[in-house]
Design a protein around this ligand. Structure first.
Ligand SMILES: Cc1cc2nc3c(=O)[nH]c(=O)nc-3n(C[C@H](O)[C@H](O)[C@H](O)COP(=O)(O)OP(=O)(O)OC[C@H]3O[C@@H](n4cnc5c(N)ncnc54)[C@H](O)[C@@H]3O)c2cc1C
Length: 396
C-alpha cells in the first residue's frame, strides 16, 4: 500500500487537505484513530472567515446562524448586538464527518478506527504503522491535533505552548432555547486569563471556559461550574457531557517540517490565543500545504522548508498579534469589557476580527490609531457600563 501522501487525523485540517490533494489527483490516505463520526469537544463556532476558507459548502451540517451577540462580565450582560453574516454554529461530529466524506468523494482513501503509533523512514519513503496495518508514503502530514503523535515521532514541536478548554453540552428548557437559541455569549470576567462562552445548537447549548494557560482538570471544572452558576439562563440546565482538551497557543516560530513529515492545524500549534479558535487556521494551513506538496514531492533533495516559511509568514505572524491582544484582554478584562461595551468603534474592530474582516495585526494597528476616539466614546457612554445587574442593552 503505497501513497503519495498519508494524512494522520481526520479533523478539519486533515480532511480539507485530503480533499484538496485528491482534487489535484494525488494518491492520498487519511487515517483517523476514532470511528467516524466522533464527538469532539468544541464550541463549533464557525465565523464567516472560516466558512469562506472551506473548499466545500458545509451548509447541510450547520446547526444555525448566530443572530445576536452578548458581551457579559461575570454573568452581567453588558452589551447585546445584532449580528448578520457573522458566524454559524456546528456540532463537530457532523461537520468533521461531512468534510471527511467530501475528501472520500474527491478520491481520498479513508481508514478510520486506526491509531497511528509509529513512523519510520525506509529507503526514501515513510512507513506509517497503525494499530491494524503498515502503509507507505512519500510524505506524512500530521493533522492529528494538539497531542500530535506525528509531531512526537518526528521530533517537532517538543515544547508547545497550550491553553486549556472545558466544555459542557447542556439541556435547557424550550423557553430558554427560544430566547437564547441564536445568541452567542462571551464573558471575559468568567475566569482569570480566559473567558467563558455559551454557543447555541439546534436542541441544546454548548457552554465552555477557555484559559490561555495550561490549567488542571480540577480547576477548570470549578471554573466551568462557576461560569454556569453565574449565567441566569443556565440556572436549571441539565449537563449532558463535560469534556476538556488542550488548545494550542499559536504565535511562536517553530519548524513545522522535518524530513518527510510536516504538520498542519492544531498539530502545528496554530490556534488563536485570544479567542481559542483553531478551525480557521487549521483550514488555512491545509490550503498552504496543498499548494506546496506537489512541488515538495518533486524536490530533490526532499525539501519541505517552503511550507514552514509560508505558514510562518501567512499565519504565525498574525497569531503573534492575536497573542498580544490576548495579553491585553486577559490582564485587563474589566477595562476591555467596558471599552467594548461603550465604544462602537472598538466593537467594529473587534467583531470585525472575529468575523474575519480585520486580521489580528490590523486589529492591533486600528485599535492603536483610533484609541483617542475609543477613549472619547468610553467617556461619553460610560453609563452603559456602570449599571449594576444591567439589563440587556441593545446597540444598533
Ligand atoms: C472546548 C473547545 C472549544 C473550541 N471551540 C472552537 C470554536 O468554537 N471555533 C474554532 O474555530 N475552534 C474551536 N476550538 C479549537 C478547535 O477545536 C481546533 O483548533 C480544531 O479542531 C483543530 O483542527 P485539527 O484538524 O487541526 O485537529 P483536530 O480537530 O483535533 O483533529 C485531529 C484528529 O486527529 C485524530 N488523531 C489524533 N491522534 C491520532 C493518531 N495517533 N492516529 C490517528 N488519528 C489521530 C483525532 O481523533 C482527531 O480526529 C475549540 C477547542 C476546544 C478544546
Amino acid at each position: 500500500m503505497d501513497y503519495d501522501v498519508i494524512i494522520v487525523g481526520a479533523g478539519p485540517a486533515g480532511s480539507v487537505l485530503a480533499y484538496l490533494l485528491a482534487k489535484r489527483s494525488l494518491n492520498v490516505l487519511l487515517i483517523e484513530k476514532e470511528t467516524l463520526p466522533r464527538y469532539k469537544p468544541c464550541g463549533g463556532g464557525i465565523p464567516l472567515k472560516t466558512l469562506r476558507s472551506l473548499p466545500v459548502d458545509v451548509s447541510p451540517v450547520l446547526e444555525l446562524e448566530a443572530r445576536w451577540g452578548i458581551l457579559s462580565y461575570s454573568g452581567r450582560h453588558m452589551l447585546r448586538v445584532p449580528l448578520k453574516n457573522f458566524g454559524w454554529l456546528a456540532m463537530r461530529d457532523r461537520l468533521d464527518y461531512f468534510l471527511a466524506q467530501e475528501a472520500v468523494k474527491a478520491g481520498a482513501m479513508l481508514m478510520d478506527g486506526q491509531v497511528v503509533y509509529r513512523l519510520e523512514e525506509e529507503d526514501g519513503r515513510m512507513a506509517v504503522h497503525t494499530s491494524k496495518d503498515t502503509c507507505y508514503t512519500r510524505l506524512v502530514v500530521g493533522a492529528d491535533g494538539v497531542n500530535s503523535k506525528v509531531a512526537v515521532c518526528s521530533g517537532l514541536l517538543q515544547n508547545r505552548e497550550t491553553g486549556t478548554a472545558l466544555e459542557a453540552e447542556v439541556e435547557v428548557s424550550h423557553a430558554i432555547l427560544e430566547e437564547y437559541g441564536s445568541t452567542v455569549i462571551f464573558d471575559f470576567g468568567a475566569l482569570e486569563q480566559g473567558y467563558g462562552w455559551v454557543f447555541p445548537k439546534s436542541d441544546h447549548l454548548s457552554v465552555g471556559v477557555f484559559c490561555a494557560r495550561s490549567g488542571s482538570a480540577g480547576n477548570m471544572k470549578r471554573q466551568l461550574e462557576r461560569f454556569i452558576s453565574q449565567q441566569p439562563m443556565l440556572n436549571n440546565c441539565r449537563i449532558i457531557t463535560v469534556q476538556g482538551h488542550r488548545i494550542p497557543l499559536g504565535g511562536a516560530f517553530h519548524p513545522l517540517h522535518n524530513g518527510r513529515v510536516l504538520l498542519v492545524g492544531d498539530a502545528a500549534n496554530l490556534a488563536d490565543a485570544w479567542i481559542g479558535e483553531g478551525i480557521y487556521h487549521a483550514v488555512r494551513s491545509a490550503h498552504i500545504a496543498a499548494e506546496e506538496i506537489p512541488s515538495i514531492l518533486e524536490s530533490s533533495p526532499f525539501d519541505a522548508s517552503r511550507y514552514t516559511r509560508r505558514v510562518h509568514a501567512e499565519i504565525v505572524y498574525e497569531l503573534k498579534a492575536a497573542r498580544r491582544f490576548a495579553w491585553l484582554v486577559y490582564n485587563y478584562p474589566w477595562q476591555c469589557s467596558v471599552a467594548l461595551t461603550c465604544s462602537p468603534k472598538m466593537q467594529k474592530i473587534v467583531f470585525g476580527n472575529i468575523r474575519g474582516d480585520v486580521s489580528p495585526r490590523n486589529m492591533l494597528g486600528q485599535l492603536l490609531i483610533t484609541s483617542p476616539q475609543i477613549l472619547y466614546e468610553v467617556l461619553r457612554n460610560r453609563k452603559l457600563a456602570s449599571l449594576q445587574h444591567m439589563k440587556t442593552i441593545e446597540v444598533r
